[in-house]
Design a protein around this ligand. Structure first.
Ligand SMILES: Cc1cn([C@H]2C[C@H](O)[C@@H](COP(=O)(O)OP(=O)(O)O[C@H]3O[C@@H](C)C(=O)[C@@H](O)[C@H]3O)O2)c(=O)[nH]c1=O
Length: 524
């Protein structure tokens, strides 16, 4: 039995693919961070399946990925983990660069190191399949279709981050000979799709009698690929695709958004008859910034080379999908537990109000909202020129009074290694995380009487998210290098280590020395 590491396997396409592969006789190691779109309820039927091994974790955690590849002796990787919603990428592009670009980089690095350690025979059979999107090709007019040689012209932060990840994958094949294959699919639909995307969002709004928000004119065109067809194509490409190649996967079902909405309304009216047609709630709303007009996929290469064709017609697929959402109210409810109830996202190019805290890890903008009083994050700016870069840190006219540094140090932390959890009684730490390397930073508020007493906050900082962080006394802190290379951290505390002339007791509680410490570095 072959083992495949699938990333993003608790998401929409991922959970369908995990199920498809297991049914086809594979063992699947499923790595998913469980952000807002990751949902274990989508894998309920696989909970007891010995061939489904779920691991909650982040693709940016290169050490974890490498450990999983070795531990389960994987034969392939299918990389689906991604932030995928265009509207969210307009509101908070940072997450898209981190997960889609840095995450793919860490996946490639881990796969490369693992692949090099394989025997000749095993390395011949190893595959890294990277699942991407037709949005990297940009937008079409009324005619034409994307082929595998269409130039990249991404228009949204989402599609640009996917295009960047595709280029990285290509470079790892061309430079290191890593056996990669990249796929570009059109719009997927089907069971378990998070209801921010068109078809599930319109289905639920139609059933609930809510507004059906059609962006702009509703004449934008998408090609619709049923997720089951996408999964069968991915398995075929995994097994028979050409190394170093790319394959377009399309549903041969182009429809305007209005046609899609009306098809949904017709099915809802058939399944949930009422005195008014649900299409009466169609509402033309403000268009999406940079809204791609038309996507169309030419999948003739996949069809001629590997004999694949979509098997689910759009009309039947829509009927099956709408009835699936109506028959799975508990699953729908589970998607709403993380705060999204169909509200509009990404309406203005500079909107920062769309940021939803989808998990304990908050997206970091320029000056993030402090997780606890007294903890101050500031996005660091690299001033670059042809000599290199410079980052300013802790200007005296910007530091909160009482935190002025009196010394500084720099430390290197090896991949996978943590420092802390530590706590100071009187000292503030003034950290700088700007790389090399990414760190997961853990903070616990242990200040009696603090409104956030007992709360925990984790966030990834460093190369992919340069931040200065002031940690006041009483906030327990630790950080772990989640990259595959040594990481550097800067600190400029406001107290001398061991006091004047190093003659005083050190102000530091080293919680990691206490076996039963409540301060555990768990990753989610
Ligand atoms: C959510 C929503 C979308 N739309 C429009 C926008 C768009 O033209 C069409 C589909 O919107 P979606 O956001 O579902 O999907 P779309 O904008 O086509 O993007 C998708 O493309 C595929 C290839 C991917 O890669 C996915 O990750 C996703 O990015 O419907 C509305 O009119 N109203 C809505 O409420």
């Amino acid at each position: 039995m072959k083992t495949v590491l699938v990333t993003g396997g608790a998401g929409f396409i991922g959970s369908n693919l995990v199920r498809h592969l297991i049914r086809a006789g594979y063992r699947v190691v499923n790595l998913d961070k469980l952000t807002y779109a990751g949902n274990l309820a989508s894998l309920k039927d696989l909970e007891q399946d010995e061939n489904h091994i779920f691991v909650q974790g982040d693709v940016c955690d290169g050490m974890l990925v490498l450990e999983l590849l070795h531990r389960y002796d994987c034969d392939a990787v299918i990389n689906l983990a991604a932030e995928s919603h265009v509207d969210r990428s307009i509101g908070s592009p940072g997450m898209f660069v981190r997960t889609n670009v840095v995450g793919t980089f860490e996946m490639l690095e881990a796969a490369r190191e693992y692949w090099h350690a394989l025997s000749e025979e095993r390395s011949q059979g190893f595959r890294f399949v990277h699942v991407s999107t037709d949005e990297v090709f940009g937008s079409l007019g009324d005619s034409g279709s994307f082929t595998e040689s269409t130039p990249f012209q991404p228009n949204s932060p989402y599609s640009a981050s996917k295009a960047a990840s595709d280029h990285l994958v290509r470079s790892y094949h061309e430079t290191f000979a890593l056996p990669t294959i990249t796929t570009h699919c059109s719009n997927n639909y089907g069971p378990y799709q998070f209801p921010e995307k068109l078809i599930p969002l319109m289905t639920l709004h139609a059933v609930e009698g809510k507004q059906l928000p059609v962006y702009g004119t509703g004449l934008n065109v998408r090609d619709w690929l049923h997720v089951e067809d996408h999964c069968s194509a991915l398995r075929l490409i995994l097994e028979s695709g050409r190394i170093g190649d790319t394959y377009n996967i399309g549903g041969d079902a182009e429809r305007s958004n209005l046609e899609v909405v009306h098809a949904i309304c017709q099915t809802v009216d058939e399944l949930c008859p009422s005195d008014q047609p649900s299409s009466k709630n169609i509402q033309y709303v403000r268009d999406r910034p940079g809204h791609d007009f038309r996507y169309s996929i030419d999948a003739s290469k996949l069809s001629s080379e590997l004999g694949w064709k979509p098997s689910v017609s759009f009309e039947q697929g829509i009927k099956d999908t709408v009835s699936w959402y109506l028959s799975n109210p508990d699953w729908v409810t589970s998607t709403r537990e993380k705060g999204y109830h169909g509200q509009r996202l990404g309406t203005s190019a500079n909107s920062m109000t769309d940021q939803l805290t989808q998990s304990t890890e908050r997206e970091l903008g320029s000056t993030v909202d402090k997780p606890f009083d007294g903890v101050v994050f500031e996005q660091l700016t690299q001033y670059t020129d042809d000599r290199g870069w410079l980052i300013e840190l802790y200007r005296n006219d910007e530091i909160p009074i009482g935190n002025e540094p009196v010394m500084a140090y720099v430390s290197q932390t090896m991949p996978g290694v943590s420092r802390g959890p530590h706590e100071h009684v009187d000292q503030s730490d003034l950290f700088g995380f700007f790389g090399p390397g990414d760190f997961r930073l853990y903070l616990w508020d242990s200040r009696e009487g603090s409104p956030t007493f007992g709360e925990r906050f984790t966030v990834v900082v460093g190369e992919s998210n340069p931040q200065s962080v002031i940690v006041p006394p009483g906030v327990v802190h630790a950080y772990k290098n989640i990259s595959l290379r040594p990481g550097i951290v800067f600190n400029a505390p406001n107290r001398l280590y061991a006091g004047e002339g190093k003659k005083e007791a050190v102000d530091e509680i080293r919680h990691e020395d206490n076996q039963g410490t409540p301060y555990q570095l768990v990753d989610a």
